[in-house]
Design a protein around this ligand. Structure first.
Ligand SMILES: NC(=O)C1=CN([C@@H]2O[C@H](COP(=O)(O)OP(=O)(O)OC[C@H]3O[C@@H](n4cnc5c(N)ncnc54)[C@H](OP(=O)(O)O)[C@@H]3O)[C@@H](O)[C@H]2O)[C@@H](O)CC1
Ligand SMILES: [K+]
Length: 500
């Protein structure tokens, strides 16, 4: 699977390098792009009524002229609407000259029900919100409920950020070239794209490889080789030991959800670390998972020294306050053995007044890895300036946050982004609305810790956990509650580990 996500700038560079490398020149790539779209239109709408191709002034419009010509040659009834002539000397001007159809002014666009729309107004070169005739075309198409096939991106959607700065088409199908772009996976872009097809237009893997892309679609291809599989001669502590901090007697369930997920991920041992007053509640609900009393930092340090847990989860149901901060800092300061700390929920909020305290504790390179799992609200508490920066895309925000906190940031949402301090970022796209349920985040935190404890590098562990969590939720479907998730991970893990 080709998992690189190319920004519009990287795509432009790929285009340039592919032309230099040959065999296709600019108009050659455009012919390939147009042919791929025409093929999809004919395959998906074989009994289609008239096709209306809307062309903008740039190369996105150029692709549209190729599509219009090819569809007309195949016998389809095609109308061509253009916002203006392409720039003289551009590839789009060549494509327009090759197209025998006379363009009608976009301002006059109208279509009968039953028509298909090919949106070739703006793609990678979108530079401002759609307005005037383009905005009216979006409105008319939506009003008529016509199916839209978008060329590269639905016009109005940013390929970088997935944002719609103004009106934007809702496509049934988006055909893009060489690789997906971040805007296909980030919200709201993802909701505008419909199905996304990636067409090979002759830009080779070597060209893409040379770009040193740092943004990926999250999926097994990104981390499967790092997924821990136990050796035949293993024993339970070699499979990693996870400690999960529990809250007080009235809020222990979240820690147990994390603990169960850590256990299901393959960690050999899991211990719930409970205050004395919640020991009995936890004991009544735990079987294979161990229990240990920890009320203060001295008890925590004794546990770390004696039992040498490899990863810890702090936050779910824990309560916000000094104890959360002290415990997190003690874990990050632990000498040797601790692979990582997953800080979630209350563990994040506890640092809202002094995020730098946390970030400084995570700075030493030989210390435990820090993984933060904020939803939007928690992200804004720790990184208020990044959260309110309207210019940054979600991956850029997460990258800056990761660099600042010296840790992995899992910026949760329908388009969860995982970022590392070294600049890598992955966008998750297999999420399901069923996952938006209380306790779902606790399961994710435990899953990350379980993988960390088994020695998976932190970025890969975070990406794998997010993907598996979403996959488990999608497979389970309607009726999902967080208690179902740990067991729903089993078929997901089985399928991954069975893969050659
Ligand atoms: N790269 C590749 O590998 C290949 C790329 N291909 C295709 O090329 C596409 C990229 O082409 P592109 O760079 O010419 O950009 P495109 O989206 O056509 O727009 C640029 C023009 O629109 C204008 N403009 C922008 N927004 C506007 C607005 N809201 N309202 C009004 N005007 C607006 C903008 O004006 P300016 O910003 O300069 O003022 C400029 O004139 C890409 O998506 C793919 O389909 C394929 O052929 C195969 C190979
Ligand atoms: K488009």
């Amino acid at each position: 699977m080709r998992i690189e996500l190319l920004s519009p700038a990287e795509m432009g560079e790929a285009d340039k390098r592919a032309i230099e490398a040959g065999p296709f020149d600019g108009i050659g790539l455009m012919h390939n792009a147009g042919a791929a779209i025409a093929r999809e239109v004919l395959a998906r709408y074989p009994a289609a009524g008239p096709v209306h191709v809307l062309c903008g002034p740039g190369n996105n419009g150029g692709d549209g002229y190729v599509v219009a010509r090819l569809l007309a040659e195949s016998g389809a009834a095609v109308s061509l609407w253009a916002s203006g002539p392409p720039r003289a000397g551009s590839d789009a001007a060549i494509a327009a000259a090759e197209c025998p159809l006379e363009p009608l002014p976009l301002a006059d666009f109208s279509a009968a029900p039953g028509s298909i729309v090919v949106d070739a107004l703006y793609g990678a070169g979108l530079s401002k919100p759609l307005d005037g005739e383009a905005a009216r075309a979006v409105e008319r198409v939506a009003g008529l409920g016509l199916p839209v096939v978008a060329v590269d991106l639905p016009s109005g959607i940013s390929g970088d950020s997935g944002r719609a700065t103004g009106p934007a088409f809702y496509a049934e199908l988006t055909v893009t070239f060489a690789r997906k772009k971040p805007g296909h996976l980030l919200m709201p872009g993802r909701g505008h794209c419909g199905e996304v097809v990636v067409a090979d237009i002759g830009i080779g893997d070597a060209v893409i490889g040379g770009l040193q892309v740092r943004t990926f679609e999250n999926g097994p291809a990104l981390w499967l080789t790092a997924l821990p599989v136990p050796d035949v001669d293993t024993h339970k502590y070699r499979r990693g030991h996870v400690g999960v901090f529990s809250g007080g007697p009235a809020s222990t369930g979240a820690a147990r959800l994390s603990a169960l997920a850590a256990a299901r991920s393959g960690a050999g041992a899991v211990t719930v670390l409970s205050p004395a007053n919640a020991l009995m509640v936890n004991a009544a609900h735990l079987t294979s998972i161990m229990l240990r009393k920890i009320d203060d930092t001295a008890e925590l340090e004794a546990f770390l020294a004696e039992r040498r847990p490899s990863a810890l989860v702090l936050g779910p149901g824990f309560g916000v306050g000094e104890k959360a901060r002290d415990f997190a800092l003690a874990v990050l300061g632990a000498q040797g053995g601790v692979e990582g700390l997953v800080l979630d929920a209350d563990g994040l909020t506890a640092f809202r007044q002094q995020p730098d305290l946390l970030f400084a504790a995570a700075a030493p390179k030989d210390g435990p890895a820090l993984v933060l799992t904020p939803h939007d609200g928690e992200f804004a508490r720790l990184f208020p300036d990044l959260a309110t920066d309207e210019v940054l895309s979600k991956p850029e925000r997460a990258r800056k946050a990761a660099a600042r906190c010296h840790g992995i940031v899992i910026a949760k949402g329908p388009d969860t982004v995982i970022a590392a301090p070294d600049g890598r970022a992955a966008i998750n796209a297999n999420g399901a609305p069923w996952l938006a349920t209380a306790g779902s985040g606790d399961v994710l935190a435990g899953l990350v810790a379980g993988l960390l404890a088994q020695g998976m590098p932190a970025f890969e562990a975070a990406c794998a956990a997010v993907w598996m969590h979403a996959e488990a939720g999608s497979h389970f479907g309607p009726g999902l509650i967080a208690e179902d998730l740990p067991l729903a991970l089993v078929p997901v893990l089985r399928a991954l580990i069975a893969e050659p």
